[in-house]
Design a protein around this ligand. Structure first.
Ligand code: FCB
Length: 447
């Protein structure tokens, strides 16, 4: 028998993560389409036909089956389901049923996200999550989704990364509504999404008491650049607000001071979590004073550290597999099942993706062995897709997508992931080959 030094439990979930706007193509009714039309995508263009899933998700579901996946995460496009206020589109719901059935027929358990950064134009026009009615509107959407699809789906993710949505939409201006340095609005949107999460949690359980409802948070290791009180305090403020605010809300605790004075409290979110999804990619370095050497917010990435491809104007982040363990040990406080719900790297040439895959899985397995209830790993992502404000510049696929012909070409990481899944773990020779970057004599840093 082949030696598999890093092995995973038999019922472990092996998946990929995707989202509606990044994969479906032809989304016309959400706020991101307007953002694209306003020319806000760094490499130009827009989501276009994306990976063409609305017409033909089945082609990529075949690839998932070939990889041996037993799980997939998709998201529903609220703007397709409710293109105008309180008008439900049965055709869209039918297409989602079809996609979910097709995935299940190929052996996958389907996790469904309700909000992955996009929502209907009419909802944005009311103020998005800053509209006082937002949690109630989200409740109705969640109820409609679970009424239509709840016989096929047990695992529901209410929100993808409310922390990224709030920071990029209201502090950095990189996502719609494109506001900059508006801390009150950012904290308000963040808290409103937690309220909407609580409302959707209730809606789903009212319809399907045995459903499991979670959310996905993005977790970043913030590293003070120097052993200096200001660098440390800045890193710790980012850690509290970005990484830990959802944890405090879900535990029913106030945020630590002084943030409790700035952020609205959400008592109704306490305890409303059946599992947590951890989206883990990067470490970012933090340096005070702001603006000197570092990028916005004092954040930067030292060039000699491992990185995939650079974004159009800034590095994407230091690729950092140890973030997996940091996120798991922090969110273990919820005492619920955990999934690594996104992990990957932008890497057109597949230079360091195998290293990220192998070492992130090693970290996950180490935490599982320590007794943490981590039940699955979802790679971001199957195929190159529309990467938000970076557009088509950053390539996250196990498969390369030819934008002209629509052809998919496997990158070496696809074969590696297939082998790991088939073995239920990582072979010794794979560990030797990909365990550390330096021993490969390769430059870790991107261009
Ligand atoms: C995550 C997003 C996902 C994708 C990856 C690269 O923050 O949830 O949609 O863009 O980053």
């Amino acid at each position: 028998m082949r030696a598999i030094p890093i092995s995973f439990p038999n019922d472990f979930l092996w998946g990929v993560s995707t989202s509606s706007h990044q994969f479906e193509g032809g989304n016309e009714f959400n706020q991101w389409k307007d953002w694209e039309r306003a020319g806000r995508i760094r490499c130009g263009g827009g989501s276009g036909v994306a990976c063409d899933w609305w017409r033909n998700a089945e082609r990529d579901l075949d690839l998932c089956r070939d990889l041996g996946l037993n799980a997939i995460r998709i998201s529903l496009e609220w703007s397709r389901i409710e293109p105008a206020f309180a008008r439900w589109n049965e055709d869209a719901l039918r297409r989602y049923r079809e996609i979910i059935v097709q995935a299940k027929q190929r052996g996958m358990r389907v996790f469904v996200t309700l909000h992955h950064f996009t929502h209907p134009r009419w909802f944005e026009a009311r103020g998005g999550f800053l509209d006082a009615e937002a949690p109630r509107l989200f409740y109705h959407y969640a109820r409609q989704a679970v009424r239509s699809l709840g016989d096929l789906v047990t695992d529901w993710v209410t929100f993808n990364e409310p922390n990224v949505y709030a920071a990029f939409g209201y502090l950095f201006g990189e996502f719609p509504p494109g506001r900059v340095n508006e801390m009150n609005a950012a904290l308000g949107a963040y808290a409103a999404m937690m309220q909407a999460h609580a409302a959707a949690y209730d809606a789903i359980h009212e319809e399907r008491p045995d459903a499991k409802v979670g959310m996905a948070v993005h977790y970043v290791v913030f590293e003070p650049e120097r052993d200096d009180v200001l660098d440390r305090q800045l890193a710790s403020a980012y850690d509290t607000l970005f990484n830990r605010a959802p944890l405090h809300y879900l535990l029913g605790e106030p945020l630590p001071l002084p943030f409790a004075l700035m952020a609205p409290s959400v008592p109704q979110a306490a305890g409303k979590i059946d599992f947590i999804g951890l989206n883990v990619y990067n470490r970012l370095h933090v340096r005070f004073p702001l603006g000197e050497k570092a990028g916005p917010g004092g954040i930067w990435v030292p060039p000699h550290l491992p990185q995939g491809d650079r974004g159009a104007v800034a590095p994407y982040g230091e690729a950092y597999p140890a973030v997996v363990a940091a996120a798991i040990s922090t969110y273990a406080a919820l005492r619920c099942p955990m999934y690594v719900m996104e992990n990957g790297v932008p890497d057109r040439e597949d230079r360091i993706r195998p290293w990220v895959l192998v070492n992130s899985l090693k970290e996950l397995r180490r935490m599982w062995q320590l007794g943490h209830d981590v039940r699955g790993y979802f790679h971001w992502s199957l195929v190159d897709n529309f990467e938000w404000s970076e557009g088509w510049g950053l390539r996250f696929g196990l498969y390369e997508l030819d934008l002209e012909s629509g052809e998919r070409r496997a990158r070496p990481s696809a074969a590696l992931y297939r082998q790991i899944i088939a073995d239920g773990g990582i072979r010794r020779e794979t560990l030797e080959q990909w365990g550390d970057l330096q021993s490969r004599g390769e430059s870790a840093a991107g261009d």
